[in-house]
Design a protein around this ligand. Structure first.
Ligand SMILES: [Cu+2]
Length: 128
């Protein structure tokens, strides 16, 4: 057997190992890049509440901590959102067409500070 003939075979093995490494690094780069490009994690749900006819629609939402809620005022008068428990403002006054978005941290009863008969409720899923 001529030892010179072995050289191309071992080169092929080395080359295929290098190619596998390069594919592996490329895939890893793509995975990391995709993970970084998402601004919000995939488990976050964006909920919408319409303020219309002097009511929050839907009146009750069941959400996960970290979900977002966006209120949109579709009435011709301003509304806002305050915490029913401590009466503190959650949103500023929202003129017609304005939106307000916030990230849910806990369950909450809320109302409109300008029209206290308008009430809403946010419950956390799997929480009493
Ligand atoms: Cu109101």
């Amino acid at each position: 057997m001529n030892p010179v003939n072995l050289q191309p075979v071992s080169n092929k093995i080395v080359n295929s190992r290098i190619i596998l490494w390069m594919i592996g690094i490329l895939l890893l780069t793509l995975v990391v890049k995709n993970a970084k490009s998402d601004e919000t994690p995939s488990w976050v749900t964006h909920h919408q509440v319409e303020i219309s006819g002097f009511a929050f629609i839907p009146k009750q939402l069941r959400v996960n901590v970290g979900d977002t809620i966006m209120w949109t005022n579709k009435d011709i008068v301003p509304h806002n959102i305050i915490d029913s428990t401590d009466q503190k403002n959650i949103s500023p006054d929202l003129a017609t067409g304005k939106t307000f978005t916030f990230v849910v941290k806990n369950s909450m009863l809320y109302e409109c500070g300008l029209h206290p008969s308008m009430k809403g409720k946010i419950s956390i899923i799997d929480s009493p």
